[in-house]
Design a protein around this ligand. Structure first.
Ligand code: NAI
Ligand code: AKG
Length: 447
């Protein structure tokens, strides 16, 4: 690593102690973007990356609410307003007990580059709370969402900052937060995306991240003259992204054999068909249950407790659960088992060591900021529809999503191809994402 990269990382680490996930994301970007800055005088000496790693604003707040037993509960809420150079802050809200400043800053930093890649006018943001939705009643979820929005509403707006869902926040939670915002502000605006269809949501937004991930993988496979047809696919997670990645990979002729949650994974050698996926959706979206329930209905499948699915032989891997869920040894196993393509549906699911294994093996590897950008891109389309007070059809939104994913792929190829034809999608995504934000920052002066 060059001295300038080392110096940069050391300075950021000193300023942000105890933030390992944030530093992991910063390091990955610095390693590819600093050499690009040094080769392009227009960007040199302008402190652009130094400014990008410093959030424009961090909001931390107390969230108090009363549970079903009448006991007062206290949580911590956050919103990271990372970068608004190219549009209003935009990014999801995560409710999970692991949520802390480091995780949300890494997500907001990644989001800035990802949103830039979509080519839509959206800056980077992320938020959440250390609230654990597991085991909570519907009323408790509503009370928490209302308490959270009571404070958050002071800092967001349709032209300022537009949150959406992430882990632990789906259509139900977005609906409760939207209702509370409307009550407090007495305005019906597109302040959140991922809304229900009856109150300004966009068709295809629920599907968009998973579908987009598979469209991106399809473009990657096409560079080798290949496709999903007949491929064995391993998916991790069983939430929003995993469900629709499974659906689209199956529709394109792949056979998805695993899904998982934090308790373990299910392996179904016959493939998770549309009918079986409908049962996963019932387990996860209606009953808020565990993936192990799958084997009670489909006993030919097995549940492997406490393990992740990367030991299962596959052609394509789609990590769709959470950060750092795929380590170096697991990456080696995937490569040794013949995996040819990894497209991240989650944010930063591969550790840096795992990423290097994929890159050294020269298999197709896409970082989440490129391959999972379909979700936020479709949120951008929801914002456009809200502004126009129009609703587009599923076909229209899906076509736009496909076009956006193809353009992101092309941008990665443009900035990530080496002289031997190998496409470094990490480098490509980081540089392409950087350029648009950097140009806007340069044009707007030192602000
Ligand atoms: N929902 C969206 O539109 C987008 C989501 N993402 C990312 O995709 C990933 C999944 O998010 P969603 O599907 O929306 O969330 P979700 O809440 O619907 O599902 C999360 C899934 O991850 C699993 N999970 C969570 N923590 C885990 C752990 N420690 N070990 C194993 N599994 C774990 C859960 O069991 C669940 O299956 C996250 O990294 C998120 O940031 C990225 C882009 C957009
Ligand atoms: O749709 C959005 O605004 C947020 C999506 C998101 O959180 C992500 O891309 O990680």
């Amino acid at each position: 690593m060059s001295q300038s990269i080392n110096n940069f990382i050391e300075a950021v680490a000193k300023r942000n102690p105890n933030e390992p996930e944030f530093m992991q994301a910063v390091k990955e970007v610095a390693e590819t973007v600093i050499p690009f800055i040094e080769e392009n005088k227009k960007y040199e000496g302008k402190m652009l990356l130094e400014r990008m790693v410093e959030p424009e604003r961090v909001i931390m707040f107390r969230v108090t609410w009363i549970d079903d037993a009448g006991k007062t509960q206290v949580n911590r809420g956050y919103r990271i307003q990372m970068n608004s150079a190219i549009g209003p802050y935009k990014g999801g809200i995560r409710f999970h007990p692991s949520v802390n400043l480091s995780i949300l800053k890494f997500l907001a930093f990644e989001q800035t580059f990802k949103n830039s890649l979509t080519t839509l006018p959206m800056g980077g943001g992320k938020g959440g709370a250390d609230f654990d939705p597991k085991g909570k009643s519907d009323i408790e979820i509503m009370k928490f969402c209302q308490a959270f929005m009571t404070e958050l509403s002071k800092h967001i707006g349709a032209d300022t900052d537009v949150p959406a869902g992430d882990i632990g926040v789906g259509g139900r939670e977005v609906g409760y937060m939207f209702g509370q915002y409307k009550r407090l502000r007495n305005e019906f605006t597109g302040v959140l995306t991922g809304k229900g269809i009856s109150f300004g949501g966009s068709l295809i937004r629920p599907e968009a991240t998973g579908y987009g991930d598979v469209y991106f993988a399809q473009s990657m496979l096409a560079t080798k003259g290949d496709s999903f047809a007949g491929k064995t696919v391993v998916v991790s997670g069983s939430g929003n992204v995993a469900q629709y990645a499974t659906e689209k990979a199956t529709q394109l002729g792949g056979k998805v054999v695993t899904m998982s949650d934090s308790s373990g994974y299910i392996y179904d050698a016959d493939g998770i068909t549309a009918e079986k996926l409908a049962y996963v959706m019932e387990i996860k979206n209606v009953n808020y249950g565990r993936i192990s329930d799958y084997v009670t209905k489909y006993p030919n499948a097995t549940f492997v407790e406490g393990k992740r699915p990367w030991e299962v032989k596959c052609d394509v891997a789609l990590p769709c659960a959470t950060q750092n869920e795929l380590n170096e040894d697991e990456a080696k196993t995937l490569v040794a088992n013949g995996c040819i393509c990894v497209a991240e549906g989650a944010n930063m699911p591969s550790t840096p060591e795992a990423m290097h294994v994929f890159q050294n093996a020269k298999i197709l590897f896409a970082p989440g900021k490129a391959s999972n950008a379909g979700g936020v891109a479709t949120s951008g389309l929801e914002m456009s529809q809200n502004s126009l007070r129009l609703s587009w059809t599923s076909e229209e939104v899906d076509e736009r999503l496909k076009g956006i994913m193809a353009n992101i792929h092309a941008a990665c190829v443009k900035y990530g191809s080496d002289t031997n034809g190998y496409i470094d999608y990490v480098k490509g995504a980081n540089i392409a994402g950087f350029v648009k934000v950097a140009d806007a920052m340069l044009a707007q002066g030192i602000v």
